[in-house]
Design a protein around this ligand. Structure first.
Ligand code: ADP
Length: 262
């Protein structure tokens, strides 16, 4: 439980930090971008070819940096959510083609969708993003091919932050994404949800994928766990609370089928 709490505090602090950095960085970039454009015009009167080449490179860097700050800002704002009732089976079915394309030819895709799955209530785009993020991580962990399996089933679970209380288990829809990839070391498994923690080469990983999935799960009153063994594979489980619609069935009339007490 302490771990989860630390995780939440860390997320909060990182969110504030990245928000500050991104804002300042964007202002600076706007200044650079403006000056470069002016220099471009001046260059036209001196050594136009050289000036133009350098300026093009510089403007390219500015664009790359701006795209980084946009991603940081999106992370810091931590997604304003628009929760709606969702049929997870329909959502996963609609993502099948995208997932197949993302996996490529060397990775097979299996779906195990329970036929009587409960509904959930969360942001559809964020749920899609979370599933896609987890699938991309799985793909990256299987450079020589393998199997990706996605299961969705009804399950009881304990919110890890409430595990010390006497609270009974709660009903969740559990989405499990399992791969047969390289797996994680103990250290990676423990740090995987940390913002900016990545074992990928510079430029290939941001270290934000799993922390965003974690943040989304917490904001949706669910949670997320990782089971992983080096060289065996990884299973990430996303627990989202069961959604019970407010629509009530008509009440059975008092007297019907009931013993009558005077
Ligand atoms: P990124 O993918 O950009 O590195 P993530 O937050 O998504 O950032 O993941 C953090 C780290 O967790 C990855 O760098 C990798 O070491 C590990 N990881 C995540 N998913 C898997 C997986 N399915 N199999 C093995 N390692 C994984």
């Amino acid at each position: 439980m302490e771990n989860q709490l630390r995780q939440a505090q860390k997320m909060e602090a990182m969110g504030q930090l990245t928000g500050g950095i991104a804002h300042d960085f964007n202002n600076i970039l706007q200044g650079i971008s403006g000056s470069l454009e002016v220099m471009g015009m001046l260059g036209a009167h001196g050594q136009p070819e050289r000036a133009e080449k350098h300026l093009r490179n510089a403007l390219e860097s500015v664009k790359r940096a701006a795209s980084l700050t946009h991603r940081l800002l999106a992370f810091a704002r931590r997604q304003s959510l628009d929760p709606q009732p969702i049929d997870v089976v329909a959502l996963l079915s609609s993502m099948t083609e995208l997932l197949r394309q993302t996996m490529g030819e060397q990775i097979s895709l299996e779906l195990g969708l329970s036929s009587d799955l409960w509904g959930v209530h969360c942001d559809t785009n964020q749920l899609e993003n979370a599933i896609l993020n987890l699938a991309i991580n799985a793909r990256d962990a299987m450079p020589n091919g393998g199997r990706l399996r996605i299961d969705a089933e009804n399950a009881l679970g304990h919110d890890p932050e409430k595990i010390d209380t006497e609270a009974p288990e709660q009903p969740y829809v559990r989405i499990t994404i399992t791969d047969t990839g390289v797996g994680m070391s103990d250290e990676t498994r423990q740090r995987a949800f940390d913002p900016f923690y990545t074992t990928k080469a510079a430029g290939e990983g941001t270290g934000l994928g799993l922390s965003m999935v974690y943040g989304f799960a917490r904001q949706s009153r669910g949670y997320c766990t990782i089971d992983s063994e080096p060289d065996e594979g990884t299973s990430v489980k996303l627990y989202l609370p069961r959604y019970i619609s407010k629509v009530q069935h008509a009440p059975v009339p008092e007297r019907v089928n009931k013993p009558h007490f005077v």
